[in-house]
Design a protein. Structure first.
Ligand code: 13P
Ligand code: ZN
Length: 269
């Protein structure tokens, strides 16, 4: 079967990275059934031939208007598709969409009319925000990491930057590789515009956000970068939980040690 990836090594490499990360999500136990989604802005990799490709779906509303996305192209995981399947067959479990001139609707252009993820409003809102501020970030991820979600069931952890500081203090690398920390978003209906709006409000200060009792989102230069940030936070969560299950409250790095890290690694906060 013909694919948009044929004879396009750059695009194939990008989608290959998405497939690789989808495999990691499954291996980590963060992707039960169809859990989680990935959207990547591939506009820079679009050639004249792709730009001329006809729609293979009807026009579909995004549910919100996103002015910075006019004429953009995205690879999106399909709704109800499994990460473990996407890891092997990315173009059968996801599709490429084109945002139309009204900035409020899209069509699918390749390879098959696989309906994009139900979290499309949140993902596209994040990309709209990133483009609006001139960011070079191209990828957004939503996933269901067990330990981080468990922590979001505890009210005291949901106060601003409580989890950020706790997770940063478990192992030095977490602050170095997730330097903006973890924003908290109160529970909202999956796939809703309310959830999308709350998510972009937090992106101002954070690259990774926690959707209370549901999962996390992350944005990054590419999908590997987004994944890595969740991975280091998740590692810290596991260290915390391991210490607690051994029967003690972990000391965490001291404020002084954290400060030393911040200066040595030239971190923003
Ligand atoms: P989709 O299958 O629609 O991508 O939904 C998965 C999910 O995690 C919703 O929050
Ligand atoms: Zn989810």
């Amino acid at each position: 079967m013909k694919s948009i990836l044929d004879n396009r090594p750059m695009l194939a490499k990008e989608i290959g990275r998405v497939a690789e990360v989808a495999g990691y999500l499954w291996q980590k136990g963060w992707a039960e059934r169809n859990g989680g989604n990935i959207v990547v802005n591939i506009t820079d990799l679009v050639d004249d031939e792709i730009a001329a490709m006809p729609a293979i779906s009807e026009v579909k509303p995004i549910g919100t208007t996103l002015p910075h996305l006019n004429g953009c192209y995205f690879y999106c995981k399909g709704t109800n598709k499994r990460m473990r399947d996407l890891a092997r067959w990315p173009m059968e479990n996801g599709s490429v969409i084109r945002i139309l001139d009204d900035c409020a609707s899209y069509v699918i252009i390749a390879d098959e009319p696989v309906m994009p993820t139900s979290e499309l409003p949140a993902h596209l809102s994040m990309h709209n925000y990133l483009l609006g501020k001139g960011s070079s970030y191209k990828a957004s991820l939503h996933t269901h990491p067990i330990e981080l979600i468990a922590m979001s069931h505890h009210k005291p952890f949901l106060k601003k930057d409580v989890l950020t500081n706790l997770l940063w203090s478990m192992i030095p690398e977490t602050k170095a590789f997730c330097p903006r920390g973890l924003g908290i978003i109160p529970y909202a209906l999956p796939g809703s515009i309310g959830l999308a709006e709350a998510t972009i409000a937090e992106l101002k200060d954070y690259d990774v956000t926690m959707w209370e009792k549901h999962g996390v989102t992350a944005v990054g230069e590419d999908i590997m970068d987004a994944f890595d940030q969740v991975d280091v936070l998740s590692k810290s969560a596991q260290i915390y939980i391991n210490a607690k299950s051994m029967g003690f409250e972990p000391d965490g790095m001291s404020q002084e040690q954290m400060k030393e890290m911040t200066v040595a690694f030239n971190l923003p906060k």
